[in-house]
Design a binder for this molecule. Structure first.
Ligand SMILES: *Cc1c(COP(=O)(O)O)cnc(C)c1O
Ligand SMILES: [Zn+2]
Length: 388
């Protein structure tokens, strides 16, 4: 539609947009989609949004699909933004606290946003077989969208992936292989076999489009806050796709004249047992080392090495944000705290944002009356093992 080219996020080499691409052919880092935003802004206006469909495809002009017939949609996006007054009242500082509730997406997590875009583009570019490593929700979303698109799906998941994720993939038609290892081991298997098998690799940030689907969280926040942005966004970070995507969305919106240059402070929340971004942030590194012996009940955060690490770290630093690790005890306790006060049964990853906010308050990193958004990225009901 309005896509002009793909650009390497690291070395800025230009790549063609209308062919299948994975990583930068020059340096092996992620590619980002670039648009003719002037053209996009001619039809995508704040006014036009008032009558558009309640899915993320309401932002079609800044999404990559050329032909609307290729859009594979299950009703994703345009999720509710809830005021969380009772949770806020239990904090030592008075805040305007909100929860962006991504558990209402198809397949019960925000992975649906990425997969609707990735699978739609794969369909447009003629893909028949897709493959991915996943520690949970990405697999469920990929299986659903690929089946709907008529593609075959090959998934590699760690043995200790929550059972709900494994079962949903089998029931939505995917070929599932359980691996005795971490998501990084699963990723290696996909990388080794994909050429011989004819699979298109849909791993986080190893294709350019999942981040495009996830950036719509940034557009939605701006629209739901009537074109102002919150002061702080806490985001449970695994591969970082959503954080990188929102940061990109803010930039696009500013270029289209929708918002000014003020940005939220972006905060990466990780688990103490797997905190590569937190470590790299506080040590001043631009890239994060692989985190040894990664373990946490919040399976979406069990990503010991993220290929977009430098993009996450850049956004945290440019926004004057930070990175915080919380314990598994804290994040599991927060599920019940939020559930009992707000009626939202959060994924453990999403609940982790609340103890991280408490740490920010202790360290004087949030001021009274600021507007703070916690991202609940998935549904607690998929993690029954955590509550036994
Ligand atoms: C995948 C996942 C995350 C991490 O998302 P990234 O964008 O990869 O950082 C967080 N929460 C849940 C529930 C997830 O499934
Ligand atoms: Zn490059």
């Amino acid at each position: 539609m309005n896509v002009t080219h793909l650009e390497c996020a690291n070395c800025h080499k230009i790549h063609e947009a209308n062919v299948l691409q994975n990583l930068c052919l020059e340096c092996g880092k992620p590619l980002l989609v670039r648009y003719d935003l002037e053209k996009a802004a001619q039809t995508l206006t704040k006014e036009s949004l008032k009558t558009r469909e309640a899915t993320l495809w309401r932002y079609a002009e800044v999404l990559p699909v050329e032909s609307p017939g290729n859009v594979v949609c299950l009703g994703e996006g345009w999720t509710p933004l809830f005021k969380a007054d009772k949770t806020a009242a239990a904090l030592p500082v008075k805040l305007n606290l909100y929860i962006k509730d991504e558990s209402t997406n198809p397949t019960q997590s925000f992975k649906a946003r990425g997969m609707t875009a990735a699978v739609s583009m794969a369909k447009e570019l003629g893909v028949k077989k897709v493959a991915a490593p996943s520690a949970g929700n990405a697999a469920g979303a990929l299986a659903a969208y690929a089946s709907r698109a008529g593609m075959e799906t090959f998934l590699f998941m760690p043995k200790d992936t929550p059972r709900a994720n494994i079962i949903e993939c089998e029931q939505t038609g995917a070929n599932v292989t359980l691996v005795d290892g971490l998501i990084t081991d699963c990723g290696r298997i996909v990388a080794e076999r994909k050429d011989a098998e004819g699979w298109f690799d849909v791993s986080t940030l190893k294709e350019p489009y999942r981040v495009e689907g996830k950036k719509t969280m940034g557009y939605e926040l701006a629209e739901q806050f009537d074109w102002t942005l919150p002061d702080v966004i806490l985001y449970p970070t695994g591969g970082g796709t959503g954080l990188i995507g929102m940061w990109k969305a803010f930039d696009e919106m500013e270029k289209m004249g929708w918002i000014d240059s003020k940005r939220p402070r972006m905060v990466s929340v990780q688990a103490i047992g797997c905190a590569p971004i937190v470590k790299a942030f506080h040590e001043g590194e631009r890239f994060a080392d692989e985190f040894p012996n990664a373990h946490t009940a919040a399976s979406g955060l069990r990503v010991p090495k993220a290929i977009g690490d430098f993009l996450i770290l850049d956004a945290l630093r440019e926004s004057n944000g930070t990175a915080i690790a919380v314990s598994d005890e804290q994040l599991i306790a927060a599920v019940k705290e939020i559930g009992a006060s707000e009626g939202i049964f959060c994924a453990p990853e999403g609940a982790a944002c609340l103890p991280a906010l408490r740490t920010m308050i202790e360290q004087d990193l949030v001021k009274e009356n600021e507007t703070v958004v916690l991202f609940n990225t998935g549904a607690g009901v998929k993690y029954l093992e955590c509550f036994e």
